[in-house]
Design a protein around this ligand. Structure first.
Ligand SMILES: Cc1cc2nc3c(=O)[nH]c(=O)nc-3n(C[C@H](O)[C@H](O)[C@H](O)COP(=O)(O)OP(=O)(O)OC[C@H]3O[C@@H](n4cnc5c(N)ncnc54)[C@H](O)[C@@H]3O)c2cc1C
Length: 464
């Protein structure tokens, strides 16, 4: 029987679901899968993107772990495609590759002052609070008044993590350095800005409602944003999600803190709609001092237009949460405009000619862009795997498909890779660190420590 030796690059949900779907699919050949991941731990943005105070979503990890624990997928963690292993290596040892490398960079926001000191990308902050090994341990939380630009769930995650009292995050898996950083934060006001109106936001009702339940944080909405036009009214009437969002916002309009008056909490989270960011103002040293924005109004067709009215909110820090963006991979076609690997239903194509690149596939956020929930990566993977199975005639013919070729190659290059057993070791270590404090786990952050623990080079007991 023919055998498909498959490499999957990226052990986020997309990569793991692709492996699972292929192994369970009806097919006329055997399969052996090697999963390469640049980090010493799997699960991608479920571990390093989903907020720590969303344990239900983090729980997706159990389902992904069940797939890996079955033992029919080999894992090579701490191996970076493009550096430790290349496309030529893969061609030499596999019949095909699926890239599932996701998107980790912040999309840009092209307004003056966006590079000022104190202006950050949400993705970097998310990486910090989720204990990503490749970002600095320290995060400057010195601002009393902060702006968050964006009207999607990531903007709400960032605003919530900034406004929430750190004691309320203690039962979660936040790393110690993150807790310490948040305790030192003097923040009193977090302002979230969206260009459009309440009926056009991209966040989901659950994420919004949660803000209103934060202890000692007043939600502040402004009456001027609720003068709905026909398009907004129609959206509220016809779309259940928009209707719930409107209901939540209307309930906050009834609270004493509405319009910025009254309210007794020590922190406030303001939602400003119809506000288009124009410029980040700075002082002589280049530090953020204010956000200038233009008030917009509905254009009658579900969009907005400028009113010419310019306003300013004093702030000392700003986070842009206007989307994520994929990164190019050496030797693999890349669409610079959309930040994705160009593809037709997961079959990778050349950017200029639309010609198929045999043996090369994509799935997840790097395939269709950084939108959608974890569940969407499953349907994505099904489509990609269907093509991979049907394309048997165009797979690569590897020179050396033997299973021991890759460990030998990595060893020769001095790569300190981690495997499934190593991940179990790290997992148990993190759970044990949390146990005395009645916390689910305390994440290990430094990469070298993660690797040492995974490879059994460190006595877990002695580090506690
Ligand atoms: C802040 C934030 C919060 C979110 N919250 C939720 C939520 O609450 N609920 C929900 O359903 N969805 C949420 N999502 C969306 C969800 O995280 C994504 O839908 C999902 O993670 C995309 O999966 P993926 O596998 O394509 O990418 P990723 O999860 O990013 O996985 C990609 C993997 O590839 C690896 N990789 C990248 N480059 C290389 C390389 N060169 N070599 C080797 N490995 C590489 C990465 O390290 C990573 O592990 C959130 C996203 C963000 C950003």
């Amino acid at each position: 029987m023919t055998k498909l030796r498959l490499a999957i690059v990226g052990a986020g949900p997309a990569g793991i679901y692709a492996a699972d779907i292929l192994l369970k699919a009806e097919r006329k050949f055997d399969v052996s899968i090697d999963l390469f991941e640049q980090l010493p731990a799997p699960y991608g943005l479920v571990r390093y993107g989903v907020a720590p105070d969303h344990p239900r979503i983090k729980g997706v990890i159990s389902a992904l772990r069940d797939v890996l624990d079955r033992g029919d997928i080999r894992i090579f963690g701490n191996v970076r495609f493009g550096e430790d292993i290349t496309i030529d290596d893969l061609k030499k040892h596999y019949n095909a590759v699926i890239f599932a490398t996701g998107a980790v960079l912040d999309s840009d926001l092209d307004i003056p002052g966006i590079r000022a000191k104190g202006s950050y990308g949400a993705a970097d902050f998310v990486s910090w609070f989720d204990g990503h090994p490749d970002v600095p341990r320290e995060w400057p939380l010195e601002a009393e008044s902060v702006a968050v630009i964006g009207n999607g769930n990531v903007a709400l995650d960032v605003a919530r993590m900034l406004a929430k009292h750190p004691e309320d995050l203690l039962p979660t898996e936040i790393p110690d350095n993150v807790h310490a950083g948040l305790v030192a934060s003097p923040v009193t006001d977090v302002h979230v800005f969206g260009r459009r109106g309440p009926a056009q936001v991209k966040f989901t009702p659950l994420e919004l409602r949660e803000l209103g339940e934060l202890r000692d944080v007043d939600m502040v909405v402004y009456d001027e944003d609720f003068d709905y036009d026909d398009a907004s009214r129609a959206a509220i009437e016809t779309n259940k999600q928009v209707k719930v969002i409107d209901r939540v916002l209307q309930s906050w309009r009834q609270r004493p803190a509405a319009n910025g008056a009254g309210g007794e909490a020590s922190r406030r989270l303001h939602l400003h709609f119809y506000a288009k960011p124009l410029e980040v103002k700075t002082d002589a040293d280049g530090n953020v001092t204010a956000l200038a924005y233009e008030r917009t109004r509905p254009d009658g067709q579900g969009g907005v237009e400028g009113t010419g009215e310019i306003r300013e909110v004093p702030i000392q820090a700003l986070y842009r949460a206007v989307g994520y963006f994929g990164s190019p991979l050496p030797g693999v076609p890349f669409d610079k405009r959309h930040g994705v690997i160009p593809n037709h239903e997961g079959q990778v194509i050349r950017k200029d000619s639309n010609e198929r690149v045999p043996g090369v596939y994509a799935t997840g956020w790097i395939k269709r862009g950084p939108v959608g929930l974890i569940g969407h990566t499953k349907s994505d993977a099904m489509e990609t795997v269907r093509h991979l199975i049907n394309d048997q005639g165009s797979w690569w013919a590897p020179e050396d498909p033997s299973e021991n070729a890759i460990p030998a190659l990595l060893a020769e290059r001095g790569v300190q890779w981690t495997d499934l057993e190593g991940w179990h070791r790290l997992d148990e270590h993190e759970i044990a660190l949390g146990a005395p404090h009645e916390r689910a786990r305390i994440k290990v952050v430094p990469r070298d420590e993660m690797v040492r623990i995974s490879r059994g080079e460190e006595d877990a007991e002695s580090r506690r």
